[in-house]
Design a protein. Structure first.
Lengths: 499, 142
């Protein structure tokens, strides 16, 4: 047996949350389509069949009845003509025996004569031998001719055709089973009915199939649209955070350097001009302040890096060389931790061009993250493939502690970090994300807790032309003009369209 | 006596402190708080080294840089800013700045740049003495 849930389309259980992007009740839509199409397609079919059914039945009944009466009338006319000279009752009997000695009577052809009292003159299949008084009510056969429905003594429904013989009190009766007539039209009709049912089934199935196909397509495109929207929202949010970050970083740098210089002056006063009796604690304290200033400086620089949208210098880049350059930087750290670095042969990618420093930064950030995630031991793999024309796919995988699925959506946001040491500013992946988007690429992440994480980068072989050559930035609430301009989405789209 | 240095920055606390620190290192440093005053000072009392902030009210650092390079191409100019981007750096270097620093700056790196600039000025002076002419521009070539 086919498991039913396999046949169930995806959209069937798709939650229709009001206020979601979709606003479509796909299940209801499917039902509507099936109902309307089925009604439109099937109702003419059913109505036509029913009309045809009753018409055929009436035609066949009428024809049969007319045929029976005509034959009765013919026989009656013959009998009537022959009886003109003889006394009707005995004459009729004799005539009957003489004229129809081999009368083939049967269940469906029970022909006999009776008089107006209900007495049989000739034998009947249903009502016994002649001269007997029957249960037949002679009153039923009033009038010149007609057809009536009666019941035989054994309960069989019968159709009785009769005609009175002119000039006598005799009636010629023909009995046949009522069912026989029905058999005539019902059997072929029933076959037709089966055919109808089968076609209705087929039509319903195909309508349901079509509806499922269509609604699935709607469902799929709807889901893609929602995903694209989310992506866009995410990118926009990152971009505005970046703008804010660069504004903050710039504004903080000035007072930060006042602290820097003032503290430097204190140190100068203590060291250059040997003062009489300085407190021994002053110098280390001032140096601590300087150290803190340096850290702040690192953070503001990272923030500016993240928000950096200046014109990157697109040049032909040898991917293998970049990777080995990055690995050279990480080698010592990896060796200390007993981490194996595995780089399968890098395919030659003709015409690959991008901003070299961005690419180095991307590899460095991802590889550093991987090494941090692995801790003491593990394997870092950087695999470059050229799967899709026009795109390079890079997989950076580690065997580290992984990222819990609830944290996955947040990892590209600035200041998201799990590191507790002071250098983990939480900007590495945000910067990486920004750089990749700037190159016109995309990054995805797959992770399993305690198994490892894999970042999958897709970069275009030809990077899009960099934007904003003038590098002007309008920062919120500030008159600053000296900075790089973030690429707004329209510009970006135009650029991609051109490239 | 060391080089004569003019510091230009609208952050008065910053520029005065830095000037004091440089003086403590035997450099003849003095400060200006905006572009026009700085140009005035360059005219009346030309320094050998000029340290400018990029973002200042009124006249910004780039304008000061351009004008000084026109009138006094021999002066070595160091940019020290809290607002710069890589593009700014490239622009300034193309306009003839000899060094570019992002705030907060490490005093030792700044002093190293000052000394280097001073060396350049002195060798220029010697050339001038020898060939009796000024170098046409001090433009920086990447």
């Amino acid at each position: 047996m086919i498991p039913l849930h396999r046949l169930k389309p995806d959209f069937w259980d798709f939650p229709d949350i009001s206020g979601s992007h979709s606003g479509l009740n796909l299940k209801r839509k499917w039902k509507m389509i099936v109902l309307v199409t089925a009604t439109l397609a099937l109702s003419p079919l059913v109505i036509m069949t029913l009309v045809d059914f009753s018409l055929t039945r009436r035609t066949i009944e009428t024809e049969a009845n007319t045929g029976m009466l005509t034959s009765l009338n013919t026989i009656a006319a013959v009998i009537s003509a022959s009886l003109e000279e003889k006394p009707p009752v005995t004459g009729a009997k004799t005539l009957w025996e003489k004229a129809f000695p081999h009368l083939d009577t049967g269940m469906n052809n029970d022909l006999f004569l009776m008089d107006n009292t209900g007495r049989l003159l000739t034998p009947s299949v249903y009502y016994g031998a002649s001269d007997s008084k029957t249960s037949l009510d002679a009153g039923l056969f009033s009038g010149a001719e007609g057809i009536v429905n009666i019941q035989a003594p054994d309960g069989t429904p019968l159709l009785a055709g009769y005609t009175s013989i002119t000039g006598t009190a005799l009636t010629l009766v023909k009995l046949q089973q009522a069912d026989r007539l029905r058999d005539l039209w019902l059997k072929p009709r029933l076959q037709l009915l089966w055919f109808l049912c089968a076609s209705i089934g087929f039509i319903l199935l195909s309508i349901m199939g079509m509806a499922t196909f269509l609604v699935s397509r709607i469902h799929k495109s709807e889901r893609m649209r929602i995903e694209a929207l989310h992506h866009e929202e995410h990118a926009n949010r990152l971009a505005s955070i970046g703008r804010l970050a660069s504004g903050v970083a710039h504004e903080i740098n000035n007072p930060l350097d006042i602290i820097n210089q003032k503290t430097g002056l204190i140190i100068d006063l203590l060291t250059l001009e040997k003062q009489a009796r300085p407190d021994q604690r002053l110098l280390p304290l001032a140096e601590d302040v300087l150290e803190a200033v340096k850290r702040c400086g690192t953070i503001t620089r990272q923030l500016l890096d993240f928000a950096r949208h200046m014109e990157p210098c697109v040049e032909p880049v040898d991917m293998e060389e970049v990777i080995s350059q990055v690995l050279a930087l990480l080698e010592t750290d990896a060796r200390h931790r007993d981490i194996t670095i595995n780089v399968p042969p890098v395919p030659k990618i003709p015409g690959f061009a991008c901003d070299r420093s961005s690419l180095v930064q991307i590899f460095l950030n991802l590889a550093e993250n991987a090494i941090t995630a692995m801790g003491k031991t593990g394997t870092l793999t950087i695999a470059v493939t050229h799967e899709k024309t026009g795109f390079v796919t890079i997989r950076v995988s580690d065997t580290g502690k992984g990222i819990p699925s609830e944290d996955l959506p947040k990892i590209f946001e600035p200041f998201y970090t799990t590191r507790t040491d002071r250098w983990g500013g939480g900007l590495g992946l945000a910067i990486t994300y920004g750089l990749i988007r700037e190159m016109g690429g995309d990054i995805r992440v797959k992770s399993a807790v305690d198994k490892g994480t894999r970042f999958i980068l897709t970069l275009p072989v030809k990077a899009p032309r960099p934007a904003a050559p003038d590098g002007t930035l309008h920062l919120p609430g500030s008159e600053m003009t000296m900075s790089a301009k973030p690429v707004d989405d329209d510009t970006r789209r135009d650029l991609y369209a051109k490239s | 006596m060391g080089p004569r240095i003019l510091l230009v920055d609208d952050e008065q606390e910053f520029v005065l402190t830095l000037a004091e620190r440089l003086q403590m290192r035997d450099m003849d440093s003095y400060a200006a708080f905006d572009g026009p005053t700085a140009l005035e000072q360059v005219r009346s009392h030309p320094p050998q080294i000029l340290i400018i902030d990029l973002k200042m009210p009124g006249m910004d650092g780039i304008q000061v840089l351009k004008q000084v390079k026109q009138t006094h191409p021999g002066i070595q100019i160091i940019i020290l800013t809290g607002h710069g981007s890589e593009q700014d750096k490239i622009n300034c270097m193309n306009l003839g700045a000899s060094a570019y620093f992002q705030k907060p700056v490490d005093i030792d790196r700044l002093i190293a740049a000052i000394r280097q600039g001073y060396e350049t000025v002195r060798s220029d002076d010697q050339k001038t003495a020898t060939f009796d002419r000024y170098p046409k521009t001090g433009s920086w070539q990447p």
